[in-house]
Design a protein around this ligand. Structure first.
Ligand SMILES: [Zn+2]
Length: 259
């Protein structure tokens, strides 16, 4: 099992193998025949695409077929490739707090279904329940969430991971087909975090799964009409004690998911 974080800039043979497998997998999905891409060049082009979206290169880590950005946003290389393809087909992405290119379609956004793995400690489970209640309490939006009891019935899986690193939890963004981010991983390294900070952290991660980027960083697209500086926003990339959504958080949710 690999536990080392592999950075894009490293010339590591293990990384080269991971990249090759990943490239091979999505070159199979291409409809047109193409020459075998250079592994390094292709990952570099995906990375260029991400930096073009405003992510800083030093905040992008590629490992096990997926990019982790700003420590807690996870995107598979297949998804990055799909986004690049969609945008080259449809021209410039639409301009629209900060949002992801893709948000959850109306098929899913009134009831995003979360599944909590049984080994998630009770204190984190309480935080997930509280975070769902937080998002459901935002007025003037069609957004809704619930916790379901089987993985097969869910859209988003909440599970425990461990890394001796300074991320508390991390989540996937919505996909190009309008589905919620597929998972939230909680780092058991932070099991002793205060309940109020756990609640903030999970509310924040669910924010990623519904399409929000970080309010205090430059990736993603600024949502017009929301403040560009919002120190207490739940989507800031550092954890505070939970003290409710800011007006900017509420407005951003209403704009992305109007009633
Ligand atoms: Zn985050």
């Amino acid at each position: 099992m690999r536990t080392k974080t592999l950075h894009l800039s490293s010339a590591n043979p293990v990384l080269a193998i991971v990249l090759f497998i990943s490239i091979f997998m999505f070159s199979c999905k291409k409809e047109e025949a193409s020459t075998q891409p250079q592994a390094d060049g292709s990952i570099a082009s995906l990375t260029d695409y991400l930096t073009g979206k405003g992510f800083k290169a030093e905040d992008i880590v590629f490992k096990d077929g997926k990019f982790t950005i700003e420590k807690d946003i996870v995107i598979t290389s297949e998804e990055v490739a799909a986004r690049m393809k969609n945008e080259s087909n449809s021209g410039t992405p639409q301009t629209e707090q900060r949002r992801n290119t893709y948000i959850i379609s109306n098929t899913y956004n009134t009831n995003v279904k979360l599944y909590i793995e049984p080994d998630v400690p009770a204190a984190w489970k309480t935080a997930v329940q509280g975070a769902v209640a937080n998002w459901n309490a935002v007025n003037g939006t069609r957004l809704g969430m619930s916790i379901v009891t089987t993985l097969s019935a869910s859209n988003t899986r909440i599970f425990m991971g461990f890394e001796s690193a300074n991320w508390i939890a991390r989540a996937y963004l919505p996909t190009s087909n309008g589905r919620p981010g597929v998972s939230v991983e909680i780092n058991s390294n932070f099991n002793s975090l205060a309940a109020s900070q756990k609640l903030f952290a999970i509310t924040h991660e669910l924010g990623h799964t519904i399409g929000f980027h970080h309010t205090n960083q430059t990736s993603g697209t600024l949502i017009p009409g929301t403040p560009s500086v919002d120190a207490n926003s739940v989507m800031n990339s550092f954890v505070l004690n939970w003290n409710g959504f800011t007006a900017g958080d509420v407005l951003a949710t209403q704009i992305l998911y109007p009633q």
